[in-house]
Design a protein around this ligand. Structure first.
Ligand code: G
Ligand code: G
Ligand code: MN
Ligand code: NA
Length: 253
């Protein structure tokens, strides 16, 4: 209960921050996007990672106003980078199941795109495979409306849930993000290598891009490149950083 109050006050006191992790096109090495990752910086004390407060935010429903803040902030950031003349970046935002099921998600996104003046086709929403599969029929309908607005859609943590391929085929999604648990041992574990290899082939057969998460070294990147993976993110390029970190990364490349 105390933690719930603290979360509520964190919103009022503007204690949330967005960090951004670069996403790189494997073929060209160009930074083509960033994933927005939420942090809580209390006035006193160390920064708190999302795993330590998002579960509670989901239980209490606070994820809805927090998620609204995340979306609004990410849209405004994208617009601000565009105005500053940075190369175009797709900004990806994570949605929890609860936000995804919220009745006015489509209206909210439409309003935010209009109000911030951001580019809808440079906004991507990441929904986990598990959240989608809670109600695939509803998901298809929401995806169709978002896709019509030009918003990009990605299935996050792919491989950790149980997707029905029949549904996946009907989703107007743009990409699959391979969960970092499969990438970690890609160069040593033949099962993980086989899984990643097949996910890339499957995605490409459905005209989807594949993003590998959690890339930490050159050998993992080499494997992914050899298997035609499209994009990657991970500590090998950069950990999540504040907006200024993205700006200096782009200037130094
Ligand atoms: O940034 P970090 O690697 O600690 O993120 C941990 C988890 O928190 C990831 O699964 C990520 O998807 C989730 N997460 C990060 N930011 C957000 C957010 O803004 N909204 C939601 N719903 N989840 C987020
Ligand atoms: O579930 P989602 O993919 O949205 O979460 C991304 C999470 O993965 C964030 O918490 C981010 O900090 C973390 N992450 C990003 N890159 C790496 C990496 O190279 N290695 C590890 N171990 N974690 C990473
Ligand atoms: Mn994600
Ligand atoms: Na993920």
């Amino acid at each position: 209960l105390r933690m719930e109050g603290a979360l509520r006050r964190a919103l009022e006191r503007d204690e949330f921050r967005l960090y951004y992790q670069p996403q790189v096109d494997i073929a060209t090495g160009a930074v083509i996007g960033v994933e927005a990752l939420l942090r809580w910086q209390p006035q006193l004390g160390p920064m708190i990672a999302p795993d330590d407060f998002i579960p509670l935010a989901e239980q209490t429903g606070l994820i809805v106003p927090i998620g609204d803040w995340v979306l609004a902030t990410a849209c405004a950031q994208q617009k601000s980078w565009r105005d500053a003349g940075l190369p175009p970046l797709t900004v990806s935002v994570n949605l929890s199941a609860r936000q995804f099921q919220h009745r006015d998600l489509v209206g909210l996104v439409a309003r935010l795109v209009r109000d911030t003046g951001c580019d809808a086709s440079s906004l991507a929403l990441e929904i986990t495979e598990t959240a989608v599969m809670e109600n695939p029929q509803a998901a298809v309908a929401i995806f169709r409306q978002l896709s019509k607005m030009g918003v990009r859609l990605a299935i996050d943590d792919f491989g950790t849930g149980y997707s029905s391929l029949a549904y996946l085929k009907r989703f107007p999604i743009d990409s699959l993000k391979i969960d970092r648990s499969f990438v970690r041992d890609i160069t040593d574990d033949t099962d993980d290598a086989a899984i990643v290899h097949s996910v890339i082939a499957l995605a490409h057969s459905m005209k989807l891009k594949v993003v590998a998460e959690g890339v930490e070294d050159a050998r993992q990147l080499q494997f992914l490149r050899e298997h035609g993976c499209d994009q990657m993110q991970g500590y090998y390029i950069s950990k999540p950083v504040p907006p200024a970190g993205i700006e200096s990364l782009l200037q130094n490349r």
